[in-house]
Design a protein around this ligand. Sequence first.
Ligand SMILES: Cc1cc2nc3c(=O)[nH]c(=O)nc-3n(C[C@H](O)[C@H](O)[C@H](O)COP(=O)(O)O)c2cc1C
Length: 280
Amino acid sequence: MELYDLVMRRRSVRNFRPDEVPGDIVEKLVNAAASAPTGCNIQPLSVVTVQEAAGRAKLGEMIKRQPWVKNAPLSMIFCLDFWRLKRWAELSGVEFRGHDAFSHFLLAYADVMCAAQTVVLLAESLGLGSVYVGRLPYVADDAREYFGMPTYVLPLMLLCLGYPKTVPRRVPKLPPAVIGHREQYRPLSDDDLRTAFDEKYGAFDGDARRYFGRVLGEALEAEEQGEGEWLEGSRARMAEKAVASNAEFVFKVRYRADLMVETNAAAIDIFKNAGFDCFR
Ligand SMILES: Cc1cc2nc3c(=O)[nH]c(=O)nc-3n(C[C@H](O)[C@H](O)[C@H](O)COP(=O)(O)O)c2cc1C
């Protein structure tokens, strides 16, 4: 299959068969992460693979309402790892201060995600499905303790993998004409912007189940795996906030403006606990 077709075929998969992912496949995935592009070829990355029941259960406990976390036969924890570099510098009698510099955090985070997405595509080509779980940094205190990560190791992205039981249909996305800009950035007119989002999200009819079914499979897939709280919680919040449009749904229910800054403060504290004090 052409790589382009593979990239276009990929979906976030949340419903996995229980079959174990064989050791040689896991090895290839880790090798892909270790071979990914990396700023300055410095590799500030570690990947913890989790296949045993205890580790999977612990991840599921930490990340609530997402049953695929405990159901996935393989999870990969992508960590920004300055511990190894700092220790090497110490052993060599030179200074390392990446953890004190936001600019280096940013570069290293880019490294982490280059590696993660390389794994996603390799996994897809090997018949595996995967889904990112972005909540991991907010439970990093717990994750670092359980998985034995020292200071300067920060788990930033969880990738759950396995052989798909079902593959969701494509969720609507903004078209390439909106995302891509030729040579110069071209801001959309208000009318074009409204049209782009209307076409992406479709008519809003106030039905959370239909909305999730069309735009964002997570809540319905969670319900199918015995976790109805997500859908119920969204419904309750829609009623409470009298949500009447797609934008209101996104910014009052799903991607809440009122929580953005609050979450930010919590993340800064958690990152500081891991030795990263470069956000003030
Ligand atoms: C940074 C990031 C965080 C994500 N976090 C979650 C998550 O916590 N739970 C989940 O089910 N999907 C998560 N996803 C997957 C998105 O929901 C998914 O990519 C999006 O709905 C588009 O669907 P597609 O991947 O099938 O194209 C995440 C994706 C990214 C890139």
